[in-house]
Design a binder for this molecule. Sequence first.
Ligand SMILES: Nc1ncnc2c1ncn2[C@@H]1O[C@H](COP(=O)(O)OP(=O)(O)O)[C@@H](O)[C@H]1O
Ligand SMILES: C[C@@](O)(CCOP(=O)(O)OP(=O)(O)O)CC(=O)O
Length: 193
Amino acid sequence: VATSQPRLVLVFSGKRKSGKDYVTDLIHERLGPEVCCVLRLSGPLKQQYAQEHALDLDQLLGPGPYKERYRADMIRWGESRRRQDPGFFCCLATRGARQPVWVVSDARRSSDLQWFRSEFPRQTQTVRVRSSENTRRQRGWSFTAGVDDAESECGLDSGVDFDWILTNEADAPSLEEQLRPILRLAVQAADNQ
Ligand SMILES: Nc1ncnc2c1ncn2[C@@H]1O[C@H](COP(=O)(O)OP(=O)(O)O)[C@@H](O)[C@H]1O
Ligand SMILES: C[C@@](O)(CCOP(=O)(O)OP(=O)(O)O)CC(=O)O
């Protein structure tokens, strides 16, 4: 079986409720499912966690309040896994992806970026999604100790030179406009196959 390599890997990060899922869904819609897949590092994490704790996986994957009830414990659970193997969830999340453009929606730690940069050094580009605390609050965020002050939320706050920064705010240029150069890059990457 030929192993297919991605042509472009867009690795997204941002605080919770900054709009990572929203923006990456938008990219997926624009490029279509043949060209692009959205990969969530939290996917295999939530799957395994739901199984071990008899929880509702669909609700854990959704944007509602359900996942917030379990977040602190999921973080702890995931961290013990990552201590054994920092690339554990990266590897699981990318397994079987065949599209030329990969959109990773939720990098949180420098070990996540390191994994993609070392596996796909030429293809990887990092994207930061930014929103003000006010905007995030309107989307349902409130500060939670053990979550918002932990590595899960703060691991990429400094020391990273992002290739792209998107401002997901009502008074910023439209996402459409901000995404244009990234979408152009993705279309080029897919066309050059
Ligand atoms: N530009 C936007 N316009 C409208 N709703 C948005 C926008 N960005 C985010 N949202 C909404 O805000 C909530 C949080 O966004 P989400 O993408 O789930 O954030 P994250 O994945 O970073 O936690 C969701 O309900 C989402 O639909
Ligand atoms: C335990 C987590 O994987 C939970 C992630 O859930 P989501 O990826 O749904 O989070 P947001 O989009 O920021 O709201 C966090 C981690 O530290 O791995």
